[in-house]
Design a protein around this ligand. Structure first.
Ligand SMILES: [Zn+2]
Length: 276
């Protein structure tokens, strides 16, 4: 995962969102069992979030194209489910369809964070697979508080990384060089890393495969740089971690963990020493 700048909210957004929210509040007041949200409202803003994330999914870091991707509600709007810690309950992906079979969601609350359905700060851009096959209504928390009522979010500590919040992914994801390189692991037993991987299915086979080659390249360039002290490899390393590249976040994690130096320092150095 990579951190991005949250896109600027259009000036007329709050007024429009308030109209939508009022409709939900009317349904709540009428004790309507199933809330009906206006999906077309957030779809209108999808391109803004997609652009802010370089057309990459917030969770898996893969590029999406065309309609392939959704405005994802970080805190789920309609219900909340949980997923056990038994990997047998996490489901098996049917490649290449990316259907997931046997993922056992447990109901937790039939009320979700409905008041955040039209909240700019609760939106991000995610691929359909992370959003609709894996995460759905999951929202891992360190401290679960019931009932789910307006303002409860202020007391919660989420365990799902958000690319628009200032939690450093380097502290939460890593790889095992003795194992399949594309397989993500929580860094230092990070609970946030563990829950984010589990919630979004970040170790599904297609992602492991796609990551594997890039991670191999990163490790190769790092080794060449170290062994030969050849700075030309720094340019190759930087390319792998550019914001617009797939898996830039995990590339930066590996760089920082392997070198004990900051990615931002590498960028500063390259800015002072552009390629000849
Ligand atoms: Zn994704």
């Amino acid at each position: 995962m990579l951190l991005y700048n949250r896109p600027t909210k259009p000036t007329d957004f709050d007024a429009k969102a308030q109209i939508q929210l009022a409709r939900i509040e009317t349904q709540i007041a009428a004790s309507q069992q199933t809330l009906i949200f206006n999906e077309s409202f957030w779809k209108k803003y999808k391109h803004i979030f997609a652009a802010a994330q370089y057309n990459k999914c917030a969770y898996c870091e893969r590029k999406t194209t065309g309609h392939y991707g959704d405005v994802e509600h970080y805190r789920s709007k309609a219900a909340i489910t949980t997923l056990s810690d038994d990997p047998k309950d996490w489901g098996i992906v049917i490649e290449p369809l990316n259907n997931v079979k046997g993922r056992k969601f447990e109901p937790y609350s039939n009320i979700g964070y409905w008041w955040l359905a039209y909240n700019w700060n609760n939106w991000l851009f995610a691929c359909t697979i992370c959003n609709s096959a894996y995460k759905l209504s999951l929202f891992p928390l360190q401290n679960r508080i019931l009932p789910i009522t307006k303002g409860v979010e202020l007391q919660e500590t989420p365990l799902l990384l958000n690319p628009f919040e200032s939690i450093n992914p380097v502290e939460h994801f890593t790889i095992d060089k003795q194992q399949i390189l594309g397989f993500l692991k929580p860094y230092n037993n990070s609970v946030i890393g563990y829950e984010t991987i589990k919630t979004c299915g970040l170790n599904r086979p297609s992602l492991i495969d796609a990551r594997d080659e890039k991670i191999e390249s990163m490790l190769y360039y790092l080794k060449q740089f170290n062994d030969k002290n050849d700075i030309s490899y720094l340019y190759d390393i930087e390319k792998l971690g550019r914001k617009e590249r797939e898996f830039a976040g995990i590339m930066r994690c590996i760089y920082e963990q392997e070198t004990a130096s900051l990615w931002s320092d590498l960028e500063s150095w390259l800015a002072r020493n552009p390629p000849q």
